[in-house]
Ligand binder design. Structure first.
Ligand SMILES: [Zn+2]
Length: 372
């Protein structure tokens, strides 16, 4: 069986780059201030310089400093839509979600044709589990900007979201006949949520699972520290499993159970809005083979592929390859359906640990017999 485990990723983090500021000498009295070739009031000109500084800081992932500059810009020019947008972005990256939503809404009130703000607002909703708001916002974007270059991606994102959450209410979706049924719901873990398509895992006698990491030295955007983060993420899942899952890194692809590669080409993925993809092959005894691909470049220009993002995507895809094939709607879970906008280091939660422990400790009845 080959299952594409779609990972939905927000499309939203493009920075507004509209603020190229005329750099001629400061105007004398009676002269006009220009921004992007248009006359603007002095306050906008001053605020524009702060926005540019803030934008550069955002690009460098210096989000706290950026938020200070952008706040100053808004204090000078409260009607500056782009300043609100970029401030919203800074707040989102700092994890201040309600304030970020407010800023995007302000930007859109001032300038309803700011396509990027619609996308960012949708992405923010999506990444915090507000799926219905996300779909509504993306649809608004598609209605307003049908010819936008991101429109096809957004349309496929909406489809993916609708599919993902339609499947929550309907239990079984074309599960292979040999798969054990979905796990029963438990308050302590999310195993039931992520086994809606049926339950599978690596047989105990296959431990340690052999992992081969393809060389990525020639892949654009690859940084050797990504591999360190990836390895640590494998180790962290093993540790969270309380010894039930073990990995061993091997140097030859022929001995590998799991093959991991890096790519700069998101077109290789089944869903072009993804930053990672996992494929599993299984039979009635359990998982036979897994393939993980991870993206080394931003999906949208301006979104940095930071260590924190690689960490989040690594934990998520490794969860898939271990048999957590579905997604949850809780942003604190490694198997949350969306990458979050927050750029923060992620650790496996007690819920993640309990989920993997239950998957690998239950001695399930037939057809999957891999217990003693
Ligand atoms: Zn996923």
């Amino acid at each position: 069986m080959n299952s594409n485990l779609a990972k939905l990723v927000t499309l939203s983090l493009s920075l507004l780059s509209v603020l190229a500021i005329a750099t001629e000498a400061a105007p004398q009295s009676g002269e006009h201030y220009m921004m992007d070739g248009k006359p603007v009031p002095r306050s906008f000109f001053d605020a524009g310089q702060l926005v540019n500084e803030g934008t550069n800081l955002l690009r460098a992932n210096r989000n706290q400093e950026a938020s200070v500059k952008l706040q100053q810009a808004i204090a000078i020019a409260p009607d500056f839509a782009e300043a609100h947008h970029n401030y919203g972005l800074a707040l989102a990256k700092l994890g201040k979600v309600p304030s970020a939503v407010e800023q995007f809404q302000l930007a859109l009130k001032l300038k309803p044709n700011l396509d990027t703000s619609w996308l960012s607002l949708g992405g923010l909703y999506q990444s915090t589990g507000r799926v219905e708001d996300a779909i509504k916002t993306y649809k608004e974007f598609l209605t307003r900007f049908p010819n936008n270059r991101d429109a096809p991606k957004v349309a496929s994102l909406v489809q993916g979201l609708q599919k993902e959450f339609a499947s929550e209410s309907k239990q079984s979706i074309a599960a292979a006949s040999w798969l054990a049924p979905a796990a029963e719901a438990s308050a302590d873990d999310y195993l039931a949520d992520v086994t809606r398509r049926g339950t599978m895992r690596w047989p105990a006698e296959r431990m340690p699972i052999k992992v081969y990491l393809q060389s990525a030295d020639k892949v654009p955007g690859f940084d050797p520290k990504f591999e360190t983060i990836l390895k640590k993420s494998f180790d962290d899942w093993a540790q969270a499993s309380d010894g039930l899952v073990k990995f061993e890194f091997v140097t030859s692809p022929t001995q590998a159970d799991i093959d991991v590669s890096w790519t700069s080409d998101s077109a290789k993925f089944a869903n072009s809005a993804e930053a990672g993809e996992t494929r599993l092959t299984s039979n009635k005894f359990g998982i036979l083979h897994g393939v993980i691909q991870l993206l080394t470049v931003p999906l949208i220009p301006g979104i940095l592929v930071t260590a924190n993002r690689i960490r989040m995507i690594s934990l998520h895809e490794i969860g898939h390859v271990l048999g957590l094939t579905g997604h949850t709607s809780n942003p604190d879970d490694a198997m949350f359906y969306s990458a979050t906008i927050m750029d923060q280091w992620r650790t496996l939660s007690p819920r993640d640990a309990k989920t993997i422990i239950r998957l690998y400790s239950t001695n399930r009845s037939s057809p999957q017999k891999d217990g003693p």
